[in-house]
Write a protein that binds this ligand. Structure first.
Ligand SMILES: Cc1cc2nc3c(=O)[nH]c(=O)nc-3n(C[C@H](O)[C@H](O)[C@H](O)COP(=O)(O)OP(=O)(O)OC[C@H]3O[C@@H](n4cnc5c(N)ncnc54)[C@H](O)[C@@H]3O)c2cc1C
Length: 413
């Protein structure tokens, strides 16, 4: 499909921005990505990529590169607080591939960002500007006007078909250009660290994910064997004044002694004081676009990471938005249709992630009912429960998307 001479500007070279750039470039669009950092910077640690997102990435041609850096855990060991052995091991591995046509994989997020960046570099029609100092966008009847202050102090102005904010949870595109809301602190933080494989030998499985539930907190570990590391994330409640103040804590303070729970205690001891921490924010807005300016990924709908779906939703967004931007008569129509398709799904995932947070953190005796249900559902129970999530295909054949009546709109870039 030809690009119709369309140019799309994207703010942010995170997972959302890079995936959208690739998806648009495949349709022949000219893409300019504005990134404030001087290089690709995916801080943090591991990332789980479920089949619904993997389908999109594979179709964008990064399947081999992904396979080279990803690991497919055999299952998820679920440990209620204090349990010596898993309550159940939820099957992943080959079952996911059989059932949903793509694997459930874990990887380091820097590896995913880097391979997306490399894939973008192969397209002459993608230009990524690093170190961008500022930009302004004005939407008008026939597209958008963009002014960019580049790293070297030069300024460029251009007309484009659309401007998409993929600038994350604190998106300026959302707050300053669409006059949308600030992100909301959830009262919870994620403590993250990558440890050596040997640090957690005998504590958690090295070929599976482990999900450890506690009263008011939980932890997730999984292997990153390509880096000989284990990824650890510990999620817990924290008062806003404590975590967002001037002296944020350096290591998690669990609410009571972990003496009764060897596994949690061993993880926390192995990590020492080297944790990184992420206060968790969500974004709830109905205003995903105005005119030719729109939002994608965390900028539109950041969620709690208790179903590991934030990046997956960003990737799905890109798969839906790119063909609409390339086929619809104008960007405003494309962005409205994109929101109509995406928002109900994203809201469902947001709610589901939130309810996981409640279930994972239940205190005794309420936790007993949760444990009984999960045990009764068995190793394959989650596949039925989550078929709506993992079995979703966000990449319809572009030819099958009905488009609005054709009126040729060319940007003047
Ligand atoms: C602890 C934790 C674990 C998670 N685990 C998973 C998981 O396993 N699976 C999953 O799918 N999701 C997971 N998520 C969610 C996932 O990390 C996010 O949803 C995802 O990274 C969002 O990508 P994004 O590209 O929208 O935003 P970001 O990753 O925040 O990228 C935004 C980009 O925009 C740039 N930017 C920002 N402002 C500007 C500006 N003004 N000008 C130019 N550039 C700008 C930034 O530098 C950055 O490069 C997790 C989140 C957390 C906190």
């Amino acid at each position: 499909m030809s690009g119709n001479g369309r140019t799309v500007y994207i703010a942010g070279a995170g997972i959302a921005g890079l995936t959208l750039a690739l998806a648009l470039a495949k349709f022949g669009a000219t893409v300019v990505v504005l990134e404030r950092n001087t290089h690709i910077q995916e801080v943090g640690a591991g990332l789980q990529i479920s089949p619904n997102a993997r389908h999109v990435l594979d179709r964008l041609g990064v399947d081999r590169a992904l396979h080279a850096v990803a690991f497919e855990p055999r299952g998820i060991d679920v440990y209620p607080f204090g349990a010596r052995s898993p309550l159940v091991t939820l099957d992943l591995g080959g079952v996911m591939l059989d059932r949903f046509g793509a694997p459930y994989a874990v990887m380091h997020r820097a590896d995913l960002a880097e391979l997306l960046h490399k894939a973008c570099k192969r397209f002459a029609n993608i230009d990524i500007l690093f170190g961008v100092r500022a930009y302004d966008v004005v939407s008008h009847a026939r597209g958008v006007s963009v002014t960019v202050d580049e790293a070297d102090g030069k300024s460029r102005s251009a007309r484009a078909f659309a401007f998409i904010g993929a600038d994350g949870v604190r998106s300026r595109t959302r707050t300053d250009m669409l006059m949308g809301p600030q992100p909301v602190y959830t009262g919870r933080v994620a403590w993250r660290i990558t440890l050596g494989q040997s640090d957690l030998a005998g504590v958690v499985a090295q070929d599976k994910t482990s999900l450890l539930w506690g009263p008011g907190f939980h932890a997730v570990t999984y292997p990153l064997p390509h880096r000989k590391q284990m990824n650890v994330a510990l999620f817990m409640k924290a008062r806003e004044a404590d975590v967002l103040g001037e002296n944020p804590p350096r290591a998690p303070k669990l609410p009571w002694s972990l003496g009764g729970n060897r596994r949690f205690a061993d993880i926390v001891a192995a990590a020492g004081d080297d944790w990184g921490y992420w206060p968790l924010f969500t974004v709830d807005t109905d205003k995903w676009s105005e005119g030719g300016i729109g939002l994608i990924g965390d900028a539109a709908h950041a969620m709690v990471p208790f179903q590991a779906q934030g990046a997956a939703m960003a990737i799905e967004d890109a798969a839906v938005l790119a063909p609409l931007l390339m086929t619809d008569v104008d960007a405003e129509t494309a962005l409205r249709r994109y929101q109509a398709i995406r928002q109900p799904r994203v809201q469902q995932v947001q709610k589901f992630s939130q309810s996981n947070g409640t279930a994972f953190h239940l205190e005794w005796p309420f936790s007993l009912a949760r444990d009984a249900v999960v045990k009764a559902q068995g190793p394959l129970g989650h596949l039925k429960r989550l078929a709506w999530l993992y079995g979703y295909d966000p990449s319809p054949d572009p030819a099958s998307i009905p488009s609005a009546p054709q009126r040729e709109v060319r940007d003047a870039t």
